[in-house]
Design a protein around this ligand. Structure first.
Ligand code: SAH
Length: 367
């Protein structure tokens, strides 16, 4: 039996208003219900006591608030938490919470798998299955928020959200933008747009569109200072090479009153971590609204890459700083539970492999 009820989770304000309008209800109902869902974490209409009994009954018939199903939760020794959320019978995604003294960051996924095929990323090895819905994207935040205790002084557990989990968010633009809108809405998760970061491998046309639709903070996975190397590490570079990508970044920054773009740079031993790489990076980024975030490579089974030694990472950072480019090193967190950058593998049934009929007999794949 198919359920025709509308899932209200993932509807941004304008969608929620349209839903209530179709029921003959005023727009303020949308705001009331969003507050219940996102601020109070309520998922049954019966508890929404400022709605009339009739409306509650009607909502129970016509709508639902359906969260992803929690498959497993793992705690790291350093306080990092990782959720495995089931998205389909045989598949799931991962979400990671990283507590720090002054903030709490939730790293969420945007797709089941990823099709970008970056050579150093565990998610890429899994292949791609499907886009997450907006409900599944914001559902990750809701699930985490419900389970986490507020920080010291009653500070909210989740102060920042980064789209740096599984998937390429700009390849799922249609569902990612409504989710971003809910993250920053006063009736949604009430996060400042500076505390919501979308990380992309660099799909140029969508970067430009994002500037108009929902200009949250932007992070770009650069990883190499010239096209030959970037083609190898981040294959989408063949389509949108570095010069085009950086132009889009500077347009984004200027549309956003010159806020910095963060450039992620994974440190791969002997591949992209030499002085010459640092010097080329300086030439690309000096005097621009840019900062570099060096990410020590996190290994996963089957990879031939190695992490650059700590002293090489330190020297690389100092060279960038000396050349006038802001640079920080991302501390590795949660590696005892495979929750570090690039280690999120979830469970993905690769569509290409299924189509080719390789070894996945018995697996139901959703069309
Ligand atoms: N698709 C988006 C978000 C994905 S991951 C993007 O490409 O930006 C978030 C960051 O982790 C990206 O910068 C990604 O390149 C990086 N990353 C991927 N694999 C990694 C690994 N094994 N070690 C360290 N960082 C990795």
């Amino acid at each position: 039996m198919t359920d025709s009820r509308t899932n209200l989770l993932g509807l941004p304000m304008e969608g929620m208003i349209a839903f209530f309008d179709a029921l003959g209800e005023k727009p303020f109902r949308a705001r009331q219900v969003m507050k219940w869902i996102y601020a109070r974490g309520v998922d049954d209409f019966e508890s929404m006591t400022d709605l009339s009994k009739d409306l509650r009954a009607r909502l129970a018939q016509e709508a639902e608030i359906r969260l992803p199903e929690i498959g497993a939760v793992q705690d790291s020794e350093d306080g990092t938490v990782k959720w495995f959320l089931r998205t389909d019978e045989h598949q799931g995604i991962e979400t990671v919470y990283i507590p720090e003294p002054s903030r709490g960051t939730l790293c969420i996924s945007s797709q089941v798998g990823c099709a970008m095929d970056c050579s150093f990323c565990a998610t890429a090895q899994q292949g791609f299955n499907r886009n997450l819905t907006a409900a599944e994207i914001v559902g990750q935040v809701l699930i985490a928020k419900r389970m986490l205790e507020p920080g010291p002084d009653g500070r909210r557990a989740i102060t920042n959200v980064v789209l740096m989990g599984m998937g390429e968010p700009l390849a799922n633009y249609r569902n990612v933008v409504p989710a971003l809108k809910i993250l920053i809405d006063d009736f949604g998760f009430e996060l400042s747009r500076r505390r919501v970061t979308l990380s992309t491998s660099g799909i140029v046309p969508w970067i430009d569109k994002l500037a108009d639709d929902c200009n949250v903070a932007l992070a770009v996975s650069l990883h190499a200072p010239h096209d030959a190397l970037r083609n190898e590490l981040v294959p989408i570079n063949r389509r949108y090479p570095i010069a085009k990508l950086l132009d889009a970044c500077w347009r984004y920054a200027s549309a956003y009153s010159s806020r910095q773009v963060t450039f992620e740079y994974v440190m791969l031993d002997g591949v992209n971590d030499g002085r010459e790489h640092a010097d080329r990076l300086i030439r690309l980024l000096r005097n621009r609204p840019a900062k570099v975030n060096l990410i020590p490579f996190n290994p996963f089974p089957g990879t031939h890459y190695r992490r650059s030694p700590d002293d090489v990472i330190d020297r690389f950072r100092e060279r960038l700083l000396g050349g006038g480019v802001l640079a920080t090193t991302r501390r590795t967190r949660g590696d005892d539970i495979d929750a570090a950058c690039g280690q999120l593998a979830g469970r993905v049934v690769d569509r290409m492999r299924v189509r080719l009929g390789k070894k996945l007999i018995g697996v139901t794949v959703q069309a």
